[in-house]
Design a protein around this ligand. Structure first.
Ligand SMILES: Cc1cc2nc3c(=O)[nH]c(=O)nc-3n(C[C@H](O)[C@H](O)[C@H](O)COP(=O)(O)OP(=O)(O)OC[C@H]3O[C@@H](n4cnc5c(N)ncnc54)[C@H](O)[C@@H]3O)c2cc1C
Length: 392
């Protein structure tokens, strides 16, 4: 592949290093939202449906429509879970067939392979929310003459401790949860506004922003094992430290290293009444709008920020920006000109191997940063291999 470094102000003309072969994502005849391509091989591939208990399982479903990059070939087996029993059925099927298994939320932190996934993909749609969300300040009055929404002078109606516990399905949109809670005056998940994943994805990744993380408000997580058995992890109340909470780290959770883990099905959060919550959430959204390429296809920040012991003390985005890599392009993959830690699918740059392009761009960025600064950047996004390690 031939790469060229150009500034964002320049015109781009970069070779994609195509190998002249169609990718699996071009070849499936299945349809999925956002999926594109129907090459010649497509006519030969068909979405066959089968049953796993009560769960409808399809074959060869393109994954491009199930992730925010819009990239990915077909999943060998594919189903959508709307109930706990669906999840259990999927686990049993996977175990009986000896398949690789992965749960997908909104796919906003994933890079699938051009050839797809040689296993079972379960898209999580367990999107219930237990009960209503009450107003934290139902008797609030506005300061005379101010007219401001956020001027709270009276409190009332909340529990005596001023806290609220909310149990929510793991497929519930994290962004919506943050918005609903902060609008009702509950603080703790304001940072979730603008994070386009599910609650399950946020717990699994310990998603965070603006100095806050998911674990901080997490009370407990209900999940199933690979064998379909129900389990619960008690994490602790809002603000508590120690115990299981310490097993959550920067974009990591204990589930990532649990060999027996199957899927998160629900989570309970504890929020506190906070008259500033709504304004804070609004401010976070405005900041995102101004600093992130929200209209482009991405998976958010691709690289973790280097740890405090990094020689530069700069964020990953700042390192990439200073290295002059904004706008660097490989095929259809490009370092965003708006936020250097966002790698985006460049509109108009068609490629038959967009996942390969993205991986090549990731490798290019890592190499440049290592050479220029000595820092080893690590991926925050999860790169999903087509086959298990050692099989390719
Ligand atoms: C525009 C944009 C902005 C973003 N901003 C942020 C940000 O500010 N902070 C941040 O932390 N992230 C951010 N992200 C990344 C992403 O939204 C988060 O990591 C999010 O939590 C992922 O949720 P998801 O449902 O999309 O998970 P997916 O991408 O579908 O999955 C991610 C991982 O979680 C696992 N997983 C998901 N759900 C379950 C489940 N129910 N059970 C078991 N495993 C599960 C998957 O198997 C996978 O390994 C951003 C992404 C985009 C596109």
């Amino acid at each position: 592949a031939r790469f060229r470094f150009l500034t964002c102000a320049s015109a781009f003309a970069v070779s994609s290093g195509r190998r002249g072969r169609a990718s699996a994502s071009d070849s499936s005849a299945c349809s999925a939202p956002g999926a594109s391509g129907s090459g010649r091989e497509g006519a030969r591939l068909r979405c066959r449906a089968t049953k796993a208990g009560g769960l409808a399982v399809e074959e060869n479903v393109p994954l491009a429509g199930y992730c925010s990059f819009g990239i990915g070939g077909p999943a060998r087996y594919f189903a959508k879970a709307r109930t706990l029993e669906d999840v259990r059925d999927a686990c049993r099927f996977v175990r009986a067939e000896g398949l690789r298994f992965m749960v997908v939320g909104k796919g906003s932190n994933l890079l699938f392979d051009d050839r797809g996934f040689d296993g079972f993909v379960l898209v999580n749609e367990l999107s219930f929310l237990d009960g209503d969300i009450p107003q934290a300040f139902p008797n609030r009055a506005k300061t005379k003459g101010s007219g401001g929404d956020d001027d709270v002078v009276g409190r009332g109606g909340t529990s005596s401790e001023g806290t609220l516990r909310v149990r929510v399905g793991s497929g519930y949109p994290f962004n919506t949860l943050g918005q609903l809670l902060s609008s009702a005056g509950w603080g703790g998940l304001e940072f979730a506004t603008g994070i386009p994943g599910t609650v399950g994805g946020a717990v699994f990744m310990n998603a965070g922003a603006n100095g806050r993380e998911t674990k901080e408000s997490l009370v407990s997580v209900e999940y199933v094992t690979k064998g379909g058995e129900s389990r619960e992890l008690h994490v602790g109340g809002g603000g508590e430290e120690g115990g299981p909470k310490t097993r959550f780290g920067y974009r990591t959770s204990p589930f990532q290293s649990d060999e027996d883990f199957g899927a998160i099905v629900a989570a309970t959060f504890e929020l506190r009444a906070d008259p500033e919550a709504k304004a804070r959430a609004r401010q976070y959204m405005q900041r995102r709008g101004a600093s992130q390429p929200l209209k482009e296809k991405s998976a958010g920040c691709v690289f973790r920020n280097p740890s405090g012991c990094s020689p530069t003390n700069l964020s990953a985005g700042a390192l990439i920006d200073r290295a002059g890599l904004k706008g660097a392009t490989v095929g259809s993959a490009q370092v965003s000109c708006v936020h250097a830690n966002y790698l985006v699918v460049a509109s108009g740059n068609e490629s038959s191997r967009p996942s390969r392009d993205m991986k090549d761009l990731i490798a290019l960025v890592k190499k440049e940063i290592k050479q220029q600064t000595g820092v080893d950047l690590q991926e925050e996004i999860r790169i999903v291999p087509f086959q298990a390690e050692g099989m390719e």
